[in-house]
Each structure stands twice: as structure tokens, then as C-alpha cells.
Design a protein around this ligand. Structure first.
Ligand code: NAP
Ligand code: MN
Length: 267
């Protein structure tokens, strides 16, 4: 990373992190890295915390296309974070060797009712906020595919496939496949309503359109990764694989498949 030296740090400040960040700053100085206060001045954005914090960092910094993202964990290693704040030697080692590589992860681009679009790294979720079920007409490109009735739908990215998607029995997807996966949350299936009933993996050039059928006081909550959007009366949600990807600095020996194995099969 010879030309990337300006680092913007995103973390929740506590007495403990404050102290550790000071050490990190000192370490950075040794390798001519500077901490900057404004995202506009950064070419590396580092988050400190779990995967959840990394998702927040991306959103707060607006999914910068020109920056390299780096996730440092302060507790356990996550799916996005390869670096450990308590292991400065490990970070130091990575800085001076070629143990690191830059990976590009697919994102979803979501547009609600034709407004400004936003990105998701894990998934976009649409859920009912009331006890009643709600109805969604699902279109793929221009085909009316199904009418869903139930608790909600989750559309996940490949890296998000190990999160919410996995709890819904979706497939784990290799991040090299720029794709999106549609999974159902408790669909009602009877003579009137019929859905596919299995996870559906869609190619990166498809467009998914969800038309929410509202009958009054039932409205959905739309989630972008770990943040809920405060849009009450949304009618149409368009989702596609974004043209933009997120660039991440990763350890070479800790690939997506290593992590899937370590987290779900054995250490
Ligand atoms: P959270 O509810 O505190 O944590 C959800 C868990 O998922 C945490 O252990 C988190 O890791 C982990 N996680 C996040 N992204 C992951 C990924 N790509 N692969 C594997 N595990 C992942 O919420 P959060 O920490 O803010 O994370 C938000 C994510 O939680 C959402 O994007 C969604 O995918 C997931 N979620 C899952 C369910 C479910 O499975 N029923 C329900 C709601 C949300 P860390 O501990 O390192 O943060
Ligand atoms: Mn979390």
C-alpha cells in the first residue's frame, strides 16, 4: 500500500478503545500512516469492532469507492475482520509483508419508490412490523414471478450469505459470484398464495422488484444491513447487484472459505 497512507478510523470511543487506538496510532506512525479526521482526506478506512460495527462504518462513510476498507476486531474475529486489535504484532507483520491482498465484495443497490438509492453489504430485508402477514408481488426483470404472503423477504449478497440468509436456510455463496439471493421468512402457502419455497440465487444482471400490497395499517420495515429505514409507506423496492464493489484489505490465509469452515464446520 505504498500510496495509501491516510487512515480514517471508525470506532465507538470507550476508555478501552481510546487506549488501544493510541497504540495503533503509534504503530501507524512507524510506517508513515496518518490518521485523518475527515473521510474526504482518507484513502484507507478502518473500523474497530465486530462485523456489525464494520457494516455501520461502511454506511457512515457512504461506501467509498476509492478507499480501501479494513476491519479490525476488538473481540473475536468476524467474517469481515481479519485483524485483531489485541494483536498489534499481527497487524505490524501484515503491514510489512505481502500477507495481505485486496478483495472486492459485491454490494446490493436498493431503490425505494424511485428515491435516492442506497447500498447493502450483507442484505436488504423487508419485514412486517405488525402481527398480520403482508403481501408482496415479486417481479424478476419484467416477469411477475410470485405473490408472497408472510413475514418478509431477505435479499442477500454473497458475503451476507453467512448471516441472516443462513438462518433462513439460504445457500452460502462464494463472493466471486456477483449475485443476489432471495430467501423467504415464513411464507404462507395455500390455494390462494403460492411461493417458490426455496432460496433463489439470481445472476448479477437481474433486477428484482418487490411491490408491497398494503391494505391500510400494515406496513413493512426495510432493513439495510443492520439499519432500519424509516420509510412507512413504501410501495416499490428495486434491488440489483450494484456496479460498485467494496474494496477490502484481507489476510491471504483467511479467505471466505477458511472462515466458513472455521465458523460452521470446525476450527
Ligand atoms: P447482531 O444482531 O448484533 O448480530 C448478528 C450476528 O451476525 C453477529 O454475531 C454478527 O457478528 C454476525 N454477522 C454480521 N455479518 C455477518 C456475516 N456477513 N456473516 C456471518 N455473520 C455475520 O447485528 P449486527 O452485529 O449489527 O449484524 C447485522 C447482521 O445481523 C445483519 O446484516 C443480518 O445479516 C444479521 N441478522 C441476522 C438475523 C438472524 O439470523 N435471524 C436477524 C437479524 C439480523 P459480530 O458479532 O462480529 O457483529
Ligand atoms: Mn454485532
Amino acid at each position: 500500500m505504498p500510496d495509501r497512507k491516510n487512515v480514517y478510523l471508525h470506532y465507538v470511543e470507550t476508555d478501552e478503545t481510546k487506549h488501544k487506538v493510541e497504540h495503533l496510532r503509534e504503530l501507524g506512525k512507524k510506517y508513515n500512516f496518518h490518521l485523518v479526521d475527515h473521510i474526504g482526506d482518507a484513502n484507507i478506512i478502518a473500523s474497530i469492532g465486530g462485523d456489525g460495527t464494520f457494516l455501520q462504518s461502511l454506511r457512515r462513510t457512504n461506501f467509498q469507492e476509492d478507499c480501501l476498507y479494513l476491519a479490525i476486531n476488538d473481540d473475536h474475529l468476524g467474517f469481515y475482520s481479519d485483524f485483531d486489535l489485541d494483536n498489534l504484532e499481527g497487524i505490524e507483520e501484515a503491514m510489512k509483508t505481502d500477507m495481505v491482498e485486496v478483495l472486492r465484495y459485491p454490494l446490493l443497490e436498493v431503490t425505494v419508490d424511485g428515491q435516492k438509492s442506497f447500498y447493502c453489504l450483507n442484505e436488504c430485508s423487508i419485514r412486517s412490523t405488525v402481527i398480520k402477514t403482508f403481501v408482496i408481488d415479486v417481479y424478476i426483470d419484467d416477469l411477475h414471478f410470485e405473490t408472497f404472503r408472510g413475514d418478509g423477504l431477505v435479499i442477500s449478497t454473497p458475503t451476507g450469505s453467512t448471516a441472516y440468509n443462513k438462518s433462513l436456510k439460504g445457500a452460502i455463496v462464494d463472493p466471486r459470484l456477483a449475485s443476489m439471493q432471495l430467501t423467504e421468512m415464513a411464507s404462507l402457502n395455500n390455494n390462494e398464495y403460492r411461493t417458490l419455497g426455496s432460496p433463489l440465487l439470481l445472476s448479477g444482471d437481474r433486477e428484482l422488484v418487490l411491490r408491497i400490497v398494503q391494505d391500510g395499517n400494515d406496513y413493512p420495515i426495510i432493513g439495510a444491513d443492520n439499519e432500519a429505514l424509516s420509510i412507512r409507506n413504501s410501495k416499490e423496492v428495486k434491488i440489483r447487484v450494484a456496479d460498485r464493489q467494496v474494496k477490502m484489505l484481507k489476510l491471504k490465509d483467511n479467505s471466505f472459505l477458511h472462515k466458513v469452515k472455521r465458523s460452521f464446520i470446525n476450527q
